[in-house]
Design a protein around this ligand. Structure first.
Ligand code: CAA
Length: 384
């Protein structure tokens, strides 16, 4: 499917591109060294409407379509992947979960400040012993009068430290397996919610990834998101949207690596000519361009299905699988084209390579995407 963007989509893309390359890119390499969370950038991104793009205006969002969202997210990722993962989690699994499952009161109180970018949120699903298999999670929530008492440890939580509010899943009925998992809204500052160990990561270094520990953490019944037992469904549907986001993030980083590689290949001379004249390099550039283009079409396809209100679980997984594997190959090739210089911190491609590594892992590994895709192919009528 060949895409023609609307004037509005092009306007959003251009606006975010200009902002991203001027503001976000300026400090991205420095952030990678210092691991400093770019709070000021997120404030500006909130003002530009980038922190709750697909949320209705009455709840602080922009009511943008998913195609505009992936365009914006990939422009941010082009400049700084750390910034883009925070934007991705915020827009998809945090804001959209509130939007689809929240009550009016919950949306007014929590979604409004989130979508307008005043607050950043986190989604806590993964645990030390429950990653790909979230149904095996051990966090519990036990009813006590009109309160729930949450106990357990969540791991690898994006924006665990800097978030103002956390959506956490917990078992409310062990026997019912995935139907016995519920989701709770836990504002930071709630007694018993402790920010634990912060990971020291290979990439995405300016985005904090932490443990969140719940120790007899009490929340009122009114802070359950959705109904009792909806937690797994909330996580899975949020991840559908999140996976399109990770694919868009992959596309953005791949484009950054590709542009850097082309620029270098045109400038660098060996054997008397620019290395872009050598077939060995030209063919690599052609392969990179082909892979990136294919990923872009898959991302637009999944986003368009979402915009049309159709089921897009399978397409989101296909886009995520292909784009995240693609960016790992493209960033590796960009380093290869740079030769020894690519291995140094004098050129940005080593950062792109490190940042991209987690894209085949978080929000569902490539292996999990293959499970989702094959389940759909084998169970559903719809074939590729
Ligand atoms: N939307 C809504 N509901 C869904 C759904 C979806 N996309 N996918 C499944 N469900 C529902 C099904 O309808 C079914 O419900 P019923 O029993 O009521 O019919 C139920 O969930 C179970 O479905 P399946 O039998 O298809 O589930 P499964 O056990 O075969 O597969 C899985 C589940 C796909 C493997 C799933 O466990 C999964 O996606 N695992 C990976 C988890 C993951 O991505 N973790 C990343 C965490 S977030 C992160 O990375 C950090 C970050 O912040 C960036």
């Amino acid at each position: 499917m060949l895409f023609k963007l609307t004037d509005e989509q092009l306007m959003i893309q251009n606006m975010v591109r200009e902002f991203s390359r001027k503001v976000i890119a300026a400090t991205a390499a420095e952030r990678d060294k210092t691991k400093k969370f770019p709070a000021g950038n997120f404030k500006q991104m909130g003002e530009l409407g980038l922190m709750g793009m697909m949320i209705p205006e009455e709840y602080g969002g922009e009511a943008a379509d998913a195609v505009s969202y992936v365009l914006a997210l990939s422009e941010i990722a082009y400049s700084c992947a750390s910034t883009s993962v925070v934007m991705s989690v915020q827009n998809s699994i945090v804001c959209e979960s509130f939007n689809h499952f929240g009550t009016k009161e919950q949306k007014q109180k929590y979604l409004l400040p989130l979508a307008s970018g005043e607050w950043i949120g986190a989604f806590a699903l993964t645990e030390p012993d429950a990653g790909s298999d979230p149904v095996s999670q051990e966090t519990t929530a036990v009813k006590d009068g009109d309160e729930w008492v949450i106990n357990g440890t969540k791991r690898f939580i994006t924006t665990g430290k800097h978030s103002k509010v956390v959506l956490v899943t917990a078992k409310t009925d062990e026997a019912r397996k995935h139907k016995g998992i519920s989701c709770f809204i836990v504002p930071k500052g709630t007694p018993g919610l402790i920010v634990g160990h912060m990971e020291d990561k290979m990439g995405l270094r300016a985005s904090d990834t932490t443990d969140l520990i719940f120790e007899n953490c009490r929340v009122p019944d009114s802070l359950m998101l959705g109904k009792e037992g909806d937690g797994f469904k909330i996580a899975m549907s949020g991840l559908d949207s999140g996976r399109i986001g990770i694919a868009a993030q992959s596309y953005g980083v791949a484009m950054a690596a590709f542009d850097a590689a082309v620029k270098y290949a045109k400038k660098r001379k060996q054997f008397g000519v620019a290395i872009s004249k050598h077939q060995a390099i030209r063919f690599q550039i052609a392969d990179m361009a082909t892979q990136i283009e294919a990923a872009k079409q898959l991302i637009f396809s999944a986003a368009s299905l979402k915009d049309r209100g159709e089921s897009y679980t399978r397409e989101a997984s296909i886009a995520k699988l292909f784009a995240s594997e693609m960016v790992n190959q493209v960033t590796a090739r960009a380093i290869q084209i740079h030769g020894g210089y690519g291995f140094t911190k004098d050129y940005p491609v080593e950062r792109f390579y490190r940042d991209a590594r987690v894209f085949t892992i978080y929000e569902g590994t490539s292996e999990i995407q293959r499970i989702v895709i094959s389940n759909h192919v084998l169970r559903d009528k719809r074939k590729p």
